[in-house]
Structures are given as C-alpha cells and as structure tokens.
Design a protein around this ligand. Structure first.
Ligand code: LLP
Length: 441
C-alpha cells in the first residue's frame, strides 16, 4: 500500500494528493498556504466509529463526547454534534464556540483545572450540562454561584488514579504528580465526594478521569476504569451512586505510516469489560459510560499544506527545506518532539530519494517541523503535505513572530468550505494601541 494511502489519502491518475475529493494543489491555489485542510468524511467516520464502539461494546447506556480542545472551531463542533457527540469544553471561549455551532448547552461538559468564578458563572448562565469539577476551590465557587442563582449544578468529580501511561511526559495527566483532579491514592477524592454530597448547590452524578494523550497501549485505560469503579464501590456507604463514569480521551493515532494504533472499538472494549465485570461483582447498576476523544476524532482528518521556499544544503550535514509555516501553527514538534511525515503533493507517488529537514520560518533554531523527512527531489515552489495535523495544531497555533494563522478548510465531496478565514496582517495589530507620545500630557 502506498504511503499516502496508509495515511488514508488517495492519489489521482497524475500522482496528485487528493483530500476529501479535492486535489491538494487546487486547494493551495485557491486558498493559499500554509493551509489546514480537513477531510470532513474522515472526521465523521471517526465519530461514527466511536458511537458504534460504544453501542457494540458497552452493555449499558453510553455517550461519546468530542474533546474540542483538539480542534475548537464552529465547523468541527457542528460536525461532532451532527454525529451525535456531546462536547467537552474547557473555557468560556470553547463554550461560546460550541454554542455558536448550535450545540445545545446541555450537551456541554465543562472541564478545566482553574475555572475562574466568571467562567463558572458564565457556564451556569449558559446552562452547561455538566461541570467536571477539578478541585476544592472550584467546588466551593460552583456551589456558591449556583445557589445564588437558585440552581443545583450537575457535576462529575475529576479524579487522578495514579496511572502513568507510556506517552510524552507533558501529556501524562493521570499520575500522582499532576495538577489535575482529586488524587485517588490519598484522602483527597474521598473528602471531595463527601463534600459534594453535602453541598446544596451541586448534584454529584459521577466521576471522571483522563490519564493522558496519544496512548497506544490500551492497558492503562482498563486500569483507570478499574480504579474509578472500585473507588465508587468503596464510597457507596456515604450514599454515593455512580450514575455516570467519564473515562476521558487519550487514544493515540497514526503519525508514521507504519504505526498501528488501536481502534476505537478496542479502546472502548477494554474499559467496557472492566466496568461490566466490576459493577456485576459489586452489584452496582451500570453507569452511563462516557469517552471523550479529541485526537482520534480530528487528528488523521487534517493535512497541512505548505509551499517550499529557501533550500539550504550544509554539505555533509543536512539539507534544510524551508516552508511557509512553522512552530507558530504547529508547535508540537518543538513542544513534544512530535514526529510527522510529509510528501510532495503534486508527485505523491514518487519514491523518496533523500532525507531532509523541513524547517519552519520562525526565528528559532528549534523551529523544524520534521527533522528526518524522506522526500523525492524537491524544489522551491513545490507543495508539501504533512499528515495527521488535525489535532492540537490549529487549536494550539499562535502568532509568534507575528505570523498570521493559516486558513482552515473542510472538504466534502470535493467541495471546499472555509471553516476559519486566514488571519490578515491587519488582524495582528487590531488589538494594539499606540502609547501617547511623551510630552502630550
Ligand atoms: N478529556 C480531557 C479532560 C482532556 O484533558 C483531554 C486532552 C481529552 C479529553 C482529549 O484527549 P485526546 O483524546 O485528544 O488525547 N496538546 C497535546 C495534547 C494535550 C491533551 C490535553 N487533554 C498534544 O498536542 O499532544
């Protein structure tokens, strides 16, 4: 199978890369580069795979949520909602994006490890479905602000099971030494349950955990499910009933063509089996089980297109092929050592003949998007496509060096729709204000 097909994309008869039925070269000509391109059908298929997995693997009621932090745009929230997913949001900005997409507030799960009182009030007034409470500070504010409004907020408590999956340290979130959640290994989670059961402004519906991201080994997911259900069983004496169990996201995707990530079906199955077995053993009703994937929904549906500019050969050392993007629109290589693969979009079937480094254009020696890219001959003006950039690229993009963020298009049946316009230089100075000149009084 060809390299591009292993990434899920076809070539046309002239060797052009095709995304969602449109040729990459035509999209670049129409919208410019760098360009984030999404294959809408692929995103929908990823949503459906999770919904199906939940129906087939879990005997109780299930729910799939889209972790919008992976790609928080109106269009991506719209697609996820149309496919029946609820939405995980972590800020007022993500809430507003989902609401703008037409997602009913009741479908929103409000996460975040340091929600401000203003954000909590905003969430309450918007009517978000669940607050996923991370700590005592939040619990206190939520209770108070809900009571002031005559509400009782439905909550899940985020607990930290003390599990460290094998992934980059910066994206492990379930270990003891984590800023997130109430620790299950100490008294913290237990006292949080007691307190939540007493507070009149909240209604405790269940538990949540999220152990990390880009996880390719399924065992830690089963372990997390085991610790949460066992904890819930222990807490029954206090009057706690586990109605809902949200086991987070975290499933890894293919970044290299030869990787074989587990499927959504097997991801859901390892957790479903544990939940079914333990609830039977403890004679507990099956909770509503939830998962909240982000990367596995949008990651492989996104491709970034770049135009090659300067090429510098350091004899005997390396060839730098510079592109018109960089760490401002994909910070993952610099932050996590993330590895991507690329091809020349107009000769997508050409065999690689050389190893080059694809450099971004930020003023940082470390702004290299791919250190070891295998490419055919490449010249200035060529169009490069980098695969699996759908998650945590656009959503983590910034304006370092005052580069405008790229446009983002969704392609459906060969038709491209702009989902986010390209930023303009005017946008970059829109919020700037000149200081009064000295001496103007
Ligand atoms: N639920 C919660 C509470 C989360 O914090 C996250 C991701 C997810 C779900 C979705 O996880 P996913 O299925 O996408 O792995 N910026 C990093 C990833 C950070 C993940 C943050 N939380 C990266 O680019 O690798």
């Amino acid at each position: 199978m060809r390299f591009s097909q292993r990434h899920g994309f076809d070539l046309d008869s002239q060797g052009h890369l095709v995304i969602g039925g449109a040729r990459a070269v035509d999209l670049a000509a129409r919208f410019g580069t760098p360009l984030h391109v999404f294959d809408e059908a692929r995103m929908r298929e990823n949503c459906r795979a999770y919904v199906r997995a939940m129906q087939e693997e879990y005997p109780g009621p299930g729910r799939v949520l889209f972790a919008s932090k992976s790609l928080c745009t109106v269009a991506s929230c719209q697609v996820a909602h149309e496919e029946g997913l609820g939405i995980d949001v972590v800020s007022a900005g993500e809430i507003l994006t989902a609401l703008t997409a037409g997602v009913p507030a009741g479908e929103l799960f409000f996460h975040g490890s340091n929600k401000t009182p203003e954000e909590i009030a905003y969430g309450l007034d918007a009517g978000v479905g669940r607050f996923v409470v991370d700590n005592e500070h939040e619990l206190g504010w939520l209770d108070r602000l809900a009571r002031e409004r005559g509400y009782r907020a439905d909550i899940l408590l985020r607990v930290t099971p003390g599990i460290e999956p094998h992934t980059h340290k910066a994206i492990q979130t379930g270990g003891v030494d984590s800023k997130f959640g109430f620790g299950l290994l100490g008294p913290s989670a237990e006292s949080a349950v007691h307190r939540a059961l007493e507070l009149p402004g909240v209604r405790l519906r269940g538990l949540h955990c999220h152990i990390g991201s880009q996880i390719l080994d399924l065992d830690p997911f089963g372990m997390a499910a085991r610790s949460l259900v066992s904890f819930a069983a222990e807490m029954r004496g206090s009057g706690f009933v586990l109605e809902e169990l949200n086991l987070g996201g975290g499933l890894g995707i293919r970044y290299q063509a030869d990787q074989e990530p587990p499927t959504p079906g097997s991801h859901v199955r390892v957790m479903a089996e544990v939940v079914r077995d333990l609830t039977t053993r403890y004679k507990m009703p099956l909770p509503v089980m939830m998962v909240e994937p982000g990367r596995a929904i949008v990651g492989n549906a996104g491709v970034t297109l770049y135009t090659v500019g300067a090429i510098k050969t350091v004899p005997g050392v390396r060839k730098f092929v510079s592109v018109d993007g960089g760490m401002y629109e994909n910070p993952r290589p610099a932050l996590y050592g993330a590895q991507y693969e690329a091809l020349v979009a107009t000769r997508a079937g050409a065999e690689p003949t050389q190893r080059v480094s694809i450099a971004g254009r930020c003023c940082e020696a470390g702004d290299v998007l791919i250190w070891d890219a295998q490419l055919p001959e490449v010249a200035s003006g060529d169009l490069l496509a980098v695969f699996s950039t759908g998650a945590y690229n656009y959503s983590m993009a910034g304006n370092y060096n005052r580069y405008p963020r790229p446009a983002l298009v969704f392609v459906r049946d060969g038709e491209a729709h702009v989902a986010v316009e390209r930023e303009t230089p005017a946008d970059l100075v829109r919020l700037d204000r000149a200081l009064p000149r000295r001496g103007d009084g």
